[in-house]
Design a protein around this ligand. Sequence first.
Ligand code: IDP
Ligand code: MG
Length: 142
Amino acid sequence: MERTLVLIKPDGVKRNLVGQVLSRIEAKGYSLVAIKTMNADRALLAKHYAEHEGKPFFEPLIEFMTSGPIVAVIAEGNRVVEGFRKLAGTTDPTTAEPGTIRGDLAADAGTKVVQNIVHGSDSVESANREIEIFFPEFAKGR
Ligand code: IDP
Ligand code: MG
């Protein structure tokens, strides 16, 4: 069964939206394999967001992601990688479709970094890589 890594970002935790995000995942029929609240440090996030290193929003992104606790989740289900990205909606909360997590719940913060409530892995390969970073105990082959 496919797995994906979901992060509820500091804006989602601060605004008490953890329950709403989790219930959307569950309502869609996915299972919650692992959940933890944590304060991710810079090194962990730099690894997670390695593809964005050097981009203008990289530093603000790391700063935002270390600004408060996050909730890391492994969700499991048929085609969950694609399915969760669809539930999350597009990156920019201003234009994310209503009905999606970002479209319904994310506020346009007007900051250098887009604050959009959730992260979801963008492929099965990314999911495996990211699960290993956040949940080494759940990494494939262990
Ligand atoms: P995704 O989260 O929809 O996969 P990515 O392009 O992987 O989007 O970017 C990672 C995160 O970096 C986004 O969720 C958002 O928080 C932030 N971000 C992406 N692009 C921009 C941008 O152009 N300006 C500011 N922040 C951005
Ligand atoms: Mg991404």
